[in-house]
Design a protein around this ligand. Structure first.
Ligand code: ARG
Length: 283
């Protein structure tokens, strides 16, 4: 006989809500330049494998009740697969990206054209360097934003004005975790997980004040890109290598869904980097 053990009463029931995601097929994925420490143009990339990992991620998101729209990739723009960087979209308002590196700058107009063909309440190109959800995480009552490697403080101020939401600026200090979404993941509007070592002492303090119950991930979890995950409030799609984080998520009532994105990792990205969310704030 199997016994069903109840969750400890302190563990809240986690509720998934259907999400709208945007992804870009890695048809043109390769590593021809290095703009983060994970990229090595001398190391071979298996594009077919990258494509099949990406297809599995898309299928898993759909199987869990989420919609996925796709932006066509463009030849010569190998990092377009990292669609999280294309924009920040909250409540039908979209701020499309302005990339830091010349190699990625043409992605800005390519993604912008796709957004311009959608029905949006408002669409603007960021005036400041802004790599979309790479550095900005919508956390319900506020936006958490990374600064230090890609995005500037001026971009945080611009996002705060554009969305009319407070932006909490968090300084990143470790080049391996060059975008906020490599070091911090929003699990629901009140719960986050992060790797403290990626942040400056002031940022760590701010995180501790605002999120005293956060899951603190280990360096090994972060190195596995475990924090580069996507949560629907219950299911957390993340790298299977982040074993301690996976255990911590289970303990907190979340349901980890492992997704291997090791081929895309050669570009310095994981699950979250491949997925932009079109956020619908709760009324
Ligand atoms: N090669 C890309 C870059 O360095 C990877 C971007 C990953 N995206 C992300 N949201 N972290 O810009």
């Amino acid at each position: 006989m199997t016994a069903v053990l109840p969750l400890p009463s302190s563990t809240p029931a986690r509720v998934a809500t259907p999400r709208r995601f945007v992804m870009c097929r890695p048809d043109h994925f390769e590593v021809t330049y290095a703009i983060n420490p994970w990229m090595d143009p001398a190391a071979p990339v298996d594009r077919a494998r990258a494509l099949s990992q990406w297809e599995i991620l898309r299928a898993l998101l759909e199987q869990h009740g989420h919609s996925v729209e796709t932006v066509p990739g463009e030849p010569g723009l190998p990092d377009m697969v990292f669609a999280a960087n294309s924009a920040i979209v909250i409540g039908g308002r979209a701020l499309s990206a302005r990339f830091a590196h010349p190699e990625r700058q043409p992605e800005g107009p390519a993604f912008h054209r796709w957004f311009a063909a959608r029905e949006l309440r408002e669409l603007a190109v960021a005036a400041e360097t802004n790599e979309g959800e790479g550095d900005f995480t919508f956390a319900g009552e506020r936006i958490l934003a990374g600064v230090g490697f890609r995005c500037t403080a001026a971009a945080h101020a611009e996002a705060q004005r554009f969305f009319g939401l407070p932006v909490l600026s968090l300084e990143l200090i470790d080049p391996r975790f060059y975008h906020l979404d490599t070091a911090l993941m929003c699990l629901d509007e009140a719960t986050i997980a992060y790797y403290p070592g990626a942040f400056s002492p002031q940022a760590r303090e701010a995180l501790a004040v605002h999120y005293p119950d956060a899951i603190l991930a280990t360096e090994a979890d972060a190195m596995s890109f475990g924090l580069n995950g996507v949560s629907d409030g219950r299911h957390v799609f993340l790298d299977p290598g982040a074993t301690e984080l996976i255990a911590a998520l289970r303990e907190r009532g979340f349901e980890p869904v492992p997704v291997d994105m090791s081929e895309l990792r050669k570009g310095g990205g994981g699950v979250k980097c491949c997925v932009l969310e079109l956020h619908t704030p709760r009324p």
